[in-house]
Design a protein around this ligand. Structure first.
Ligand code: E4P
Length: 217
């Protein structure tokens, strides 16, 4: 399972990269705004800064909602760096743009996916990644993990190569459950990734080993 970090915070990206388990980064306009990155030029520079930290794919989202606008913006994003994946919203023009980019060999991440039908369309349009937002479904009392299972079943039925990128991951159990269900990728906050490390028996065991070592030395 690939691990992406869902942030535009350079320090957190560096920390995850230093851990040696980071496969990529996802961002969105809200995450950029949270870091105070505003204005087209600053946003583009920030994508390049992220690409220079990580080795893997970096999703950069278009703002346009019409086909021509998405193509223009997406091409400019893809030209920034070979690691850029163009992130497109799950609307009709987004699907058209997805087909346009994938035909040109440019990687696409279809975002704001909330149903199996949307995921099926993304696969048919050749998306590299499909991003079902599991946390936001949980927020409205709908089982986000169930959507991961549905998409896995559909993609396996037909051998679609689009990777299921479980997005809107909020905590450590989301990561474990997505791994059990066969999501190809998860994107979540650094806290959820670091949460995987935690076990009290590890801490107790380590403290005991160190104490016993000191007794004999
Ligand atoms: C995915 O690409 C999105 O950036 C993200 O996972 C959304 O997460 P949120 O629902 O916690 O905002």
């Amino acid at each position: 399972m690939k691990f992406f970090i869902d942030t535009a915070n350079l320090e957190q990206i560096k920390e995850a990269q230093a851990l040696g388990v980071l496969d990529g980064v996802t961002t969105n306009p809200s995450l950029m705004a949270k870091e105070g990155i505003t204005g087209k030029d600053n946003i583009l520079k920030h994508y390049v800064a992220i690409c220079n930290i990580v080795d893997g794919d970096v999703s950069a989202e278009v703002i346009a909602t019409d086909f021509e606008g998405m193509v223009k913006e997406g091409e400019a994003l893809a030209d920034l760096h070979p690691q850029i994946v163009v992130k497109l919203p799950m609307i009709a023009d987004g699907i058209k743009a997805c087909k346009y980019f994938t035909d040109k060999g440019i990687s696409v991440n279809m975002t704001l996916v909330f149903s199996a039908g949307q995921a099926l369309l993304a696969a048919k349009a050749g998306a590299t990644y499909v991003s079902p937002f599991i946390g936001r479904l949980d927020d409205i009392s709908t089982d986000g993990l169930n959507l991961i299972s549905e998409i896995r079943l559909i993609y396996d039925n037909y051998g679609y190569e689009t990777e299921i990128l479980a997005a809107s991951v909020r905590h450590t159990m989301h990561i474990i459950d997505c791994a059990k269900l066969g999501a190809d990728v998860m994107t979540g906050p650094l806290s959820a990734i670091m949460g995987l490390l935690k076990h009290p028996l590890t801490d107790i065991g380590l403290a005991q080993f160190l104490a016993d070592y000191k007794k004999g030395n």
